[in-house]
Design a protein. Sequence first.
Length: 297
Amino acid sequence: MYYKEDSIIYHNGTYMHPEKASGNMYSQALHYGNGVFEGIRAYKTKFGAKIFKAEAHYKRLQYGAEVMGIPFNHSIEELVDITYKLLEKNNLQDAYIRPIITTGANMSLLTSEESFLTIQCWEWGKYMGDKLLKVKTSRFQRPNPKSCFVEAKVTGHYTNSILSTNEAKNAGYDEALLLDMNGNVAECSGANVFMEKDGKLYTPKRGHIMAGITRDTILEICKEEGFSVEEKHFTLDELKQADSAFFTGTAAEVVGLESLDAYKFPLSWEASLGYKLMKLYKQEVLCERSKKLSEAI
């Protein structure tokens, strides 16, 4: 589903078909999960293909490489240029883009001095779909920020997301919600969370979460549109008293929640701030939103 006969990826300086790429069986990324990646989207706009916040994504990739001690051998500008060329070679405008930096052969626990860049792209709809989600509180916690760099997209960290997603899906839910080490709401398996209560939005503070680029965009839109929003710690019990809630992420975009465990959010999705923000976010990525207070949607 990710590539076809004529698909092209960028791999170690060369554009090639995915099946022609190869890797080292002694790579630290394979054995220890020491690699970093990004999830980026491009959209078909009136100006042609537009990679949304490409520089921010590649700066986060650079940050991840730096904190993990992985060599980062490209400038941000070079990576953006490579990615636009890759979209063109694949004849794609609406696309999901996955850059990943893997590490060289090294069976010690000191970071390899080699790194390799691969960038892939494919057509991919909203990761969590368009319907409202039934969410389960996971028994797995978001990793302790004193155990790793939680704001870096390190490949090995995502075993946590796989465990929580498997648990939720096997129990008949659509998604998992993870708490942090203090019992506060953190995020879902692969996206940030917002809740609405009495006309105001709340989202967990940075520190125990992935500081998502979509989350930042939603905060920017709230400021521009005059929506009241606060970054703060809140508990599961507080979330289960909210009027509505939604997740945000590059792959998921903005998606509403129907329920959390046995709690059903009472506010109609279409009447919520999340629904308005879902529409405004789509306008933003398609370069169709005016940078001024808009009329109510």
